[in-house]
Write a new protein. Structure first.
Length: 280
């Protein structure tokens, strides 16, 4: 038995589609799904409870336990820690509340985790930028080919073994929660699985993209300040393909984000985790 933990902050619109994607193929059985509603000021709790009530018979037949945990603290890392503490299982999977992934893919993810004796595993991300502006599409056209995104992007959907849970311990109150988790492992202790994927909806405008990139850079600066260094041994730099036109746009966006993040960091603008609204 394993647990699926879904931190949810004001996700009344997206929590049901996320749950439907997990359950509609009827592959999931003998598991526990835990929604941790953190600092919600909308109807996330009521919507989730209503969904569970409607699906109660089916869930019982498939031996799926459902829990909803509420906390007043609007923090994703706090919600993740609460979910892990209450999981009561040796393996967990952390899923963002706006991600769609099937029950079959969840089972395949855990099968690969165990078969390869990994501490952590994640599906490959598919960047959906069809509705984004030209410059944003250009950025992700190259970014999607990076060694990091192809081989090391441990984010959004993360499966953790019992030993992996011990390794990450209690996640601190930081911006870059996914990167913190990745940095707790050596590069051969985790794997991105090309046979499983999930969709990531990209920001639509250049302004939104730069806000996202700045937050990522600020998160990395925060990790460095707290001495959570990257000792994974992973080669994160480089690209599978590097067209010149896309590369120049990519470099300009990254340079602007780094400078902006350093300025914000130096002026004390280091907030805790904040939800990405750019793709909603």
């Amino acid at each position: 038995m394993f647990s699926i933990i879904i931190p949810a902050h004001n996700e009344e619109r997206l929590i049901v589609p996320t749950l439907v994607s997990l359950l509609k193929d009827q592959q999931l059985t003998h598991c526990r799904i835990c929604i941790v509603c953190n600092g919600c000021t909308d109807n996330t709790v009521a919507v989730a409870n209503s969904f569970i009530k409607d699906q109660l018979k089916s869930l019982k037949n498939r031996l799926i336990e459902f829990d909803i945990i509420e906390t007043n603290k609007p923090s994703k890392t706090h919600a993740m820690n609460m979910g892990i503490a209450e999981s009561k299982t040796e393996q967990v999977i952390l899923i963002d509340a706006d991600i769609s992934i099937s029950g079959e893919d969840i089972l395949n993810l855990f099968e690969s985790l165990n078969a390869n004796k990994l501490l952590a595993a994640a599906p490959k991300v598919k960047f959906q930028y069809q509705k984004s502006s030209l410059l944003v599409r250009s950025y992700y056209h190259l970014s999607s080919q990076s060694f990091y995104n192809q081989n090391h992007r441990l984010s959004n959907v993360i499966a953790l073994s019992q030993e992996g849970l011990k390794r990450i311990d209690k996640i601190p109150g930081i911006i870059a929660d996914d990167e913190y988790i990745r940095r707790q492992f050596k590069s051969d202790e985790y794997k991105i699985l090309n046979t499983i994927s999930f969709d990531f909806v990209c920001p639509k405008t250049l302004r939104d993209l730069l806000q996202v990139l700045t937050r990522v850079e600020r998160g990395n600066l925060q990790l460095a300040k707290l001495n959570y260094l990257d000792n994974t041994g992973a080669n994160l730099s480089g690209f599978i393909h590097k067209p010149l036109f896309y590369f120049s746009i990519f470099l300009c966006c990254k340079f602007f984000a780094k400078i902006r993040a350093k300025w914000q960091f130096a002026n004390g603008n280091v907030s805790q985790w904040e939800r990405d609204e750019s793709n909603r």
